[in-house]
Design a protein around this ligand. Structure first.
Ligand code: BES
Ligand code: MN
Ligand code: ZN
Length: 496
């Protein structure tokens, strides 16, 4: 899928010759695209709107096949109230329109939205990302795949001259999101720790990143007892993945991204039940998918001045004669001892050693992403991820990047007094607090493994990593959540 931009100064017919035109219209049928749509259709435009009952409500999409003998088919998309129109509405309607266009068999697609009030490069980026991500389909695990019919050329029409600069990072970012979606959707008998290590190697090879994979012995030598405790119940060997992007030239900022990489979470001896969605726990590596997707994007974008480390302590949480018992005490690589009062709170154990390792790299900031708690899903639902950070600067930068990229975060409290919920009589701390505030105690647990004063943020993506229904830019299934925010944050940080 190619993208290009066209300002359209004169008549549309003379400047654009595609087969399918999407026009976004405010309710009832107003906006800058209307005149061009009328030009294409000719007389009878008004009658057509009435016959098809087009009212311009948000989400309303009607397809008109070559209306009035026009050379192109026309898809009208309702945008609702102009006062509520912004980048997010533009994204949602672009994705919906792209799907309607693909269904109609569009090959050369034009998109015409009333973007005059929006920052031109941001508008162009939002449209292009929405089209590409909205059309994503995954048929790897079907025995008879239907070849997808996708447009080959997408022209963003009626944008300001120079807006195409907004396309600069779109392809790389979308490839990162798509990689994350593929990794998350892959079943647990295919996406193993070894598979994640191979995917990291493929990114390293393709974009010239450095890769180190620590085996069980290496992790033992580093004293990673918390991570290895989780891994010991599985027949599959753990893989501790460390991928590094180094810019050419001087490094002014070093960042570490840490992703939870549980390729399956059975719960261990605190076994999950059918009602706890055990069959979905293949997506418990959604954090690792996001950071690997971001690594792929950064490898392609190659920002100057910025060094990025990606860490994934990958393993499975399984049951066997060798698995950890509830009640075991594990020692993490910073020497802290942890009483395991629930084997299902395993993600924080793997992250503990990953965060200690990350701090050892002496970065300017650490961001971890994890499908950490069901409690976060209860608190924020499936469209908003939780964000915890003791650093206001880092929290604000991530919130802003999320907002710019179209992913929603809500800052949650690292309330110190809740730490008492993790008090253990036998070890330094327990791995599980009481049920109320469960996503907060999980974040407080992680904080114990981060060097004091080092800017760190924890993103709980348990709710946002998967969508049962198609929603906006996300087809049903894996969303690739987190990649767009990480890339926007990293690129902004590299520029500042
Ligand atoms: N991977 C789960 C969290 C999860 C649950 C993600 C549901 C997505 C949907 C995590 O390892 C877990 O099991 N957390 C427990 C923690 C509890 C034992 C303190 C949970 O949330 O129930
Ligand atoms: Mn668990
Ligand atoms: Zn888990």
């Amino acid at each position: 899928m190619e993208f290009c931009c066209l300002a359209v100064t004169g008549a549309l017919k003379e400047t654009w010759a595609g087969d399918t035109l999407v026009v976004g219209l405010f309710a009832p049928a107003a906006g800058s695209g209307r005149a061009l749509a009328e030009e294409l259709v000719g007389e009878g435009f008004e009658g057509l709107l009435q016959r098809r009952r087009f009212e311009g409500k948000p989400g309303q999409t009607i397809t008109l096949e070559r209306p009035g003998g026009s050379p192109a088919s026309l898809i009208l998309v309702g945008l609702g109230d102009p006062a509520e129109f912004g980048l997010e509405a533009l994204r949602q309607s672009s994705a919906g329109a792209a799907r309607a266009a693909a269904t109609a068999g569009a090959v050369e697609l034009g998109l015409l939205f009333p973007v005059e009030g929006l920052e031109p490069t941001a508008a162009v980026a939002a449209m292009a990302e929405a089209v590409r991500l909205g059309l994503y389909a995954d048929q790897r695990f079907k025995s008879e795949a239907e070849p997808p019919s996708l447009p080959s050329l997408v022209t963003l029409l009626g944008v300001a001259a120079g807006a195409e600069a907004g396309l600069a990072n779109v392809a790389a970012t979308c490839s990162g999101v798509e990689l994350a979606r593929r990794l998350v959707a892959a079943p647990p008998n295919s996406a193993t720790p070894q598979f994640l290590a191979e995917e990291a190697a493929a990114i390293a090879d393709a974009f010239g990143l450095e890769l180190k994979v620590l085996e069980r012995d290496d992790c033992e030598a580093l004293g990673m007892g918390a991570y290895l405790g989780v891994a010991q119940g599985s027949d599959l060997p753990p893989k501790f993945i460390h991928l590094t992007y180094r810019p050419t030239g001087e490094v002014t900022r070093r960042v570490v991204l840490v992703g939870k990489g549980l390729t399956f979470d059975s719960g261990g001896y605190n076994l999950k039940t059918a009602g706890s969605q055990i069959e979905m726990m293949k997506y418990d590596m959604g954090g690792s998918a996001a950071v690997l997707g971001a690594a792929r994007a950064i490898g392609e974008i190659r920002p100057a001045g910025l060094e990025v480390h990606v860490i994934v302590a990958s393993c499975e949480n399984m049951i066997s004669g060798g698995a950890i018992h509830p009640g075991d005490v594990l020692t993490a690589s910073n020497g802290k001892t942890i009483e395991i009062n629930n084997t299902d709170a395993e993600g924080r154990l793997t992250l503990a050693d990953a965060l200690v390792y990350a701090c050892g790299l002496e970065p300017d900031a650490i961001v971890d992403l994890a499908t950490l708690t069901g409690a976060c899903v209860i608190a924020l639902g499936e469209e908003i991820a939780g964000l915890w950070s003791p650093s206001d600067g880092l929290a604000d930068a991530l919130l802003q990047a999320g907002n710019a990229g179209g992913e929603a975060f809500w800052r949650m409290p690292l309330r110190g007094s809740y730490k008492k919920g993790l008090k253990s009589h036998i070890a330094d701390l327990k791995n599980t607090g009481p049920r109320p505030g469960g996503s907060i105690t999980a974040a407080l647990f992680l904080q114990d493994f981060v060097t004091k004063g080092l800017p760190w943020a924890h993103l709980d993506i348990a709710g946002t990593v998967w969508s049962d229904k198609s929603r906006g830019l996300d087809p049903a299934g894996a969303t690739g959540f987190g990649v767009r925010t990480l890339v926007a944050w990293l690129v902004a940080g590299a520029a500042s």
